[in-house]
Ligand binder design. Structure first.
Ligand code: NAP
Ligand code: F7E
Length: 342
């Protein structure tokens, strides 16, 4: 019998890679997509083609994580072996502007799925994966951060994910559900949303290279992130659900660089020579003719910043035998090459 997986957040970056991964492993993949006024399935359209759809191994359902009835009905109808909760308002800066919705989707969304597992009496069948985040560490700047590091979320997004983290543990302990949290550090890919900083830098500098844009405006250049490739990270999600016991794990590369150095790497890859001048909001990168390539704009600064994220995923390496395969330079090459040919 084929295993059935249900993915909330199938249209997102991770949802699309996870669907590909599980289909290769011969799962029947059910995905939940939101109704939108224009088509939002760009990341999974290639999967939606034959043969998967014809064989009924890739099935999409309309739905929203804020809709308890729908979540419960889908869990009851599908009776999945594994549920991956990747659905979230995932943008940290947006969460400051939309805190209540972020809490509803990102915190209560997890509760709705866990409660559906319990309500439909699937506690002994259905395994649950919660998309946790390094944003849980937030203002705890003591690095590297591992499973023992203290949480100190610094945004409505981080706080909502903290609820999701603990409710996942609570349902595991109270109802014996196989439920686990992956505490994943930033992971990127050519499918990354355009408003996250890596993709914004890649797309902006590629447009500048093609003379379709003059200047790219950014926020805090000095935040440090531990960036990996999404394809590697979805494998870790799946591995977590294949263990004998549910366990929460940090997933990261163990290397960090600043946003500014990410810009430098992309510029170098594109053969754009830049020179940094000025400080704070006046900091700029200019080319040899003095044209401003990068400038800062306070619109992109957050009310509170997470300055220093660097993960220690030695435990995952030991338990899952997992380690990232793609390094940052290869990730950047993949993103830039795709963008230049888009
Ligand atoms: P993403 O590209 O923003 O995808 C989020 C997905 O959630 C999309 O499919 C989105 O649908 C869906 N969604 C949002 N609100 C929803 C709602 N109310 N009901 C149903 N679906 C909803 O995010 P990602 O990078 O793939 O990340 C996947 C998960 O991992 C998220 O939970 C994120 O918070 C978490 N995470 C991400 C990272 C990272 O670096 N990427 C790191 C740690 C944790 P639409 O396409 O319709 O918007
Ligand atoms: O910002 C700085 C910004 O929005 C990274 C999500 O997937 O990873 C992601 O959250 C850094 C921040 O990602 C701009 O201030 C500067 O310090 O790409 P980001 P994030 O906030 O780290 C975590 C692990 C998640 O869980 C989230 O879902 O870059 N930055 N200038 C900028 N950021 C953006 N977006 N835009 C700028 O112009």
């Amino acid at each position: 019998m084929k295993k059935k997986a249900l993915i909330f957040g199938i249209t997102g970056q991770d949802g699309s890679y996870l669907a590909e991964f599980l289909l290769k492993k011969k799962y029947i993949v059910h995905g939940v997509k939101r109704r939108s006024s224009s088509i939002n399935t760009g990341r999974i359209d290639h999967i939606y083609q034959e043969p998967y759809t014809k064989k009924r191994t890739f099935i999409l359902h309309y739905g929203d994580i804020t809709d308890s009835l729908l979540v419960t009905r889908l869990v009851n109808e599908i009776k999945p072996d594994e549920i991956y909760n990747l659905a979230a308002q995932s943008h940290v800066q947006v969460s400051f502007e939309s805190p209540e919705y972020t809490a509803n989707a990102d915190a209560l969304g997890a509760l709705r799925i866990l409660e559906a597992i319990r309500f439909t009496k699937l506690e002994n069948k259905t395994k649950y994966y919660q998309a946790g985040t390094s944003e849980l560490f937030g203002r705890n700047e003591k690095t590297p951060q591992n499973e023992k590091a203290n949480f100190y979320p610094a945004s409505p997004y981080g706080v909502a994910k903290l609820y999701a983290h603990w409710i996942t543990i609570n349902y595991k302990e109270a109802y014996n559900i196989f439920a686990c949290n992956g505490v994943l550090f930033n992971h990127e890919s050519p499918r990354r949303g355009e408003t996250f900083v890596t993709q914004k830098i890649v797309q902006g500098l590629c447009k500048i290279k093609k003379r379709k844009q003059n200047t790219l405006y950014l926020g805090n250049l000095y935040a440090k992130r531990d960036w990996g490739h999404a394809r590697d990270y979805v494998e870790a999600m799946w591995l977590m659900l294949q263990q004998k016991k549910p366990i929460d794990l940090v997933i990261s590369t163990g290397k960090q660089i600043t946003v500014k150095n990410f810009v430098n790497k992309v510029a170098r890859k594109l053969n754009i020579k830049i020179f940094w001048r000025g400080k704070g909001l006046n900091e700029k990168a200019i080319d040899k003719k003095g044209k401003v390539i990068i400038a800062c704009d306070k619109t992109y600064y957050r009310p509170l910043e997470v300055n220093n994220l660097l993960g220690d995923s030695r435990k995952a390496k030991k338990i899952l035998n997992w380690k990232p395969k793609v390094n940052l330079d290869d990730l950047i090459s993949e993103m830039v090459n795709l963008e230049m040919n888009r």
